[in-house]
Design a protein around this ligand. Structure first.
Ligand SMILES: Cc1cc2nc3c(=O)[nH]c(=O)nc-3n(C[C@H](O)[C@H](O)[C@H](O)COP(=O)(O)OP(=O)(O)OC[C@H]3O[C@@H](n4cnc5c(N)ncnc54)[C@H](O)[C@@H]3O)c2cc1C
Ligand SMILES: Cc1cc2nc3c(=O)[nH]c(=O)nc-3n(C[C@H](O)[C@H](O)[C@H](O)COP(=O)(O)O)c2cc1C
Length: 646
């Protein structure tokens, strides 16, 4: 039997016949039109995922009520006028041979948008944990209205050609708010001290949907099997109501976990969690129901998912972010090419956190096509050009791969022996190995292409004069900033890069100048080795946000390892065995100190800019060479530069 025989086996659930057990779970894209209708971008994004042949696609959150949305461009199903757009989604999935379910949703109090309008409703007037603003308690009439709205939305899903409907009863949205004692303190029939008592609203929603869609139409319910929050319900509590959900009409239980308020963004687990880490929750669900159960949580490798099904922990497996980093992963696995799969690195920067922080619509740090499907050129380019890409970090590697894919003759130059740029440092701190694996994958793909790689070759003015490329993509990255501090040139002062690549051995009592990502990760790396670390950061608050999943884990580890973090502090002088800082206007001396490490930021390395202008060679500057930021910007700009070559 093939190693994928379980995940690739078909499954019939009422009227829906799934060709395999791979599920693309719901993922909000922010691509919808401003009025909640389906956009061309939604369709292009979905079409690309459907091409990857999952058995079942579940759409992103789709609003059942105008007062229960998270943003005006969230997809909607609260009126018949949304049916034509939704129908296009169903058609795109069916054309590719996939089944598709519409996820129907009401945000309740977890909507900054509705809270801002003063229209957010919830079981009780208790502030949102995430947004810290208070909703209005729903009246019985409003509860009945929302129950009916779920039913009507499901009916529209059916009319639009969806094969199933999924109720969003997870992650802290309205239905979870009714289930959780943290948000439901009602004393009427919709509240109560046990989860069973508080489940009435959810059961009524399922029953109403069943009434409106008929007996043979599959209904999935996505639950947070455990809330993973202090005072929240446990999976043992959840087990008490699952059979009631099935009795009310649920045909599939989708066992997600956590809420937006759970510490560390566990719902979109960061790289600290191993693939499939939460399959045990699906098992707990399966123990008490006899309908198919979907497992989810950091799955990237189909053979790992296959084992979960083989063990009987779940009947289907959802791959969320893996569908963003590489929608073709299943096809590659089936073709016996698992090494070609671009594995998700769980950084969350391009997807969930970008949306959460209002930075824009869906992207993927390592897959520049994601969220840009409608402008992604299939190629080949009209005219093949002689392209030089300078620098083999994320930006240069992506630019080279894309330009070559489009048919250009590409030469990639790297002044170092080793390719990968800053990722060779980024991969060193705890739980960051995955970054190294990704860049190795990216290098491997470039090596398989027609790109000519010239490492150990620094591009200089004379090389450019000689080579006369048609176009240059300048991806030369950044260089460290040395702050003008008295005593900075002493022998016990080094930089984070020297520590991370082992050129300088760490000492016992260390001060790190700079508490942004590189400083904090260097602190993490050293604290793990038992070094006593003090981080000094000028900004009053950490630039590494605790509301991001990686930021949360990083701050937590540094706290646990007693690393001193001084914010709003500026290093004034480095003495012999001590460091003077200005902490909110007061002088503080840190001692003993036997090593000072600089991590005070980076500035672009763009010295070839002037040379290229003088030589009249057209060029684009991308990634950190343009402005020092992150992988997401580096890969996106690298790709866009290649796409723009014409
Ligand atoms: C410790 C650490 C942790 C990090 N963690 C993260 C993270 O978690 N998430 C994130 O998004 N980002 C992270 N970053 C930042 C990220 O690594 C950079 O934003 C990214 O690498 C920028 O890519 P780039 O290709 O623009 O530049 P670089 O990666 O700097 O690559 C530029 C390349 O150009 C080469 N080069 C320069 N001049 C020439 C020349 N004249 N000729 C030939 N070659 C040349 C350089 O040698 C280098 O290899 C981290 C960085 C560090 C140091
Ligand atoms: C960008 C993004 C948007 C998401 N939007 C939704 C959503 O609309 N509805 C939902 O139930 N879950 C949503 N999720 C959660 C995913 O469905 C999934 O449970 C989560 O990403 C964990 O799976 P993974 O580790 O395979 O990515 C979202 C996740 C991401 C990354």
């Amino acid at each position: 039997m093939s190693k994928l025989s379980h995940i690739l086996s078909p499954l019939k659930i009422k009227s829906m016949e799934l060709p395999n057990r791979v599920v693309m779970p719901p993922m909000g894209t922010n691509l919808g039109n401003a009025d909640g209708t389906v956009s061309a971008e939604n369709i292009a994004y979905l079409k690309r995922r459907a091409k990857g042949q999952p058995g079942l696609i579940i759409t992103e959150i789709t609003g059942v009520h105008p007062d229960g949305i998270v943003s005006p461009n969230q997809l909607a199903a609260y009126d018949d006028r949304f049916i034509p757009g939704l129908r296009q989604m169903a058609e795109v999935a069916h054309e590719a041979g996939c089944m598709i379910a519409l996820q129907i949703h009401h945000s309740g109090r977890e909507s900054l948008y509705m809270l801002g309008k003063g229209k957010a409703v919830a079981p009780s007037a208790i502030p949102s944990i995430v947004f810290r603003a208070t909703p209005r308690e729903m009246t019985i009439a409003e509860i009945k209205e929302v129950v009916a709205a779920f039913g009507s939305a499901a009916r529209r899903a059916r009319e639009a050609g969806f094969d199933a409907v999924e109720i969003h009863c997870a992650h802290g949205y309205l239905l979870t708010q009714f289930l959780s004692a943290l948000s439901n303190q009602r004393t009427d029939e919709y509240g109560g001290t046990t989860l069973k008592e508080r489940s009435r609203f959810v059961l009524e929603v399922i029953e109403e949907i069943r009434r409106q869609v008929g007996p043979d139409y599959p209904i999935s319910i996505r639950i947070s099997a455990e809330e993973f929050i202090k005072g929240g319900y446990s999976v043992d509590d959840m087990q008490t109501i699952l059979p009631d959900m099935v009795k009310a009409g649920a045909d599939i239980i989708h066992a997600s976990f956590g809420t937006h308020g759970s510490p560390g963004g566990i719902t979109q687990a960061p790289a600290e969690y191993v693939p499939g880490f939460n399959a045990w929750l699906a098992r707990k669900v399966k123990d008490v129901v006899d309908v198919p159960v979907i497992a989810v949580g950091r799955f990237t490798d189909p053979s790992c998912a296959d084992e979960v099904i083989a063990r009987g922990d779940a009947d289907l497996v959802a791959f969320g972010r893996q569908f963003l980093s590489d929608p073709d992963f299943l096809i590659k696995a089936k073709a016996g090419r698992p090494e070609d799969i671009r594995l998700c690195i769980a950084c969350n920067q391009g997807c969930i956190e970008r949306e959460m922080l209002g930075e824009g619509n869906i992207r993927c740090s390592i897959n520049p096509e994601t969220g840009q499907e409608s402008i992604y050129p299939e190629g080949p380019a009209a005219k093949s050009k002689n392209i030089w890409v300078v620098g083999a970090g994320p930006a240069g590697l992506t630019a080279a791969a894309e330009a070559s894919r489009l048919g250009h003759k590409v030469t990639l130059f790297e002044k170092n022996n080793i390719l990968g740029g800053q990722i060779r440092y980024a991969q060193v701190p705890p739980h960051k190995e995955i970054y190294g694996e990704w860049i190795d994958w990216q290098i491997g793909q470039v090596r398989k292409s027609k790109v000519e790689i010239k490492n150990d070759t620094e591009v200089t003015e004379s090389l450019l004069r000689e080579g006369k490329p048609d176009y240059v993509i300048l991806a030369t990255g950044g260089q460290k900033v040395i702050p003008p501090v008295a005593g900075i040139d002493q022998p016990f002062v080094c930089d984070a890069w020297q520590i991370l690549d082992g050129r300088v051995a760490p000492k016992e009592n260390v001060v790190i100048i700079g508490g942004a990502l590189i400083g904090m990760e260097t602190a993490d790396f050293l604290s793990e080795k038992g070094v006593k670390v003090t981080v000094v950061e000028m900004l009053k608050r950490s630039p590494v946000l605790k509301i991001t999943s990686h930021g949360y884990m990083l701050h937590k580890r540094l706290r646990e390892k007693n690393c001193d973090m001084l914010f709003g502090a500026e290093v004034k002088a480095i003495g012999d065995g001590s460091v003077d800082v200005d902490l909110a206007g007061e002088k503080k001396t840190i001692a003993p100190v036997d090593q000072v490490i600089i991590a005070a930021g980076m500035k672009p390395t763009d010295k070839l800019k002037g040379v290229l202008s003088n030589l009249e060679i057209p060029f684009t500057i991308v990634g950190d060479a343009h402005k020092c930021r992150r992988i997401l910007e580096a890969t996106e700009e690298g790709a866009r530069a290649a796409w723009a070559l014409g």
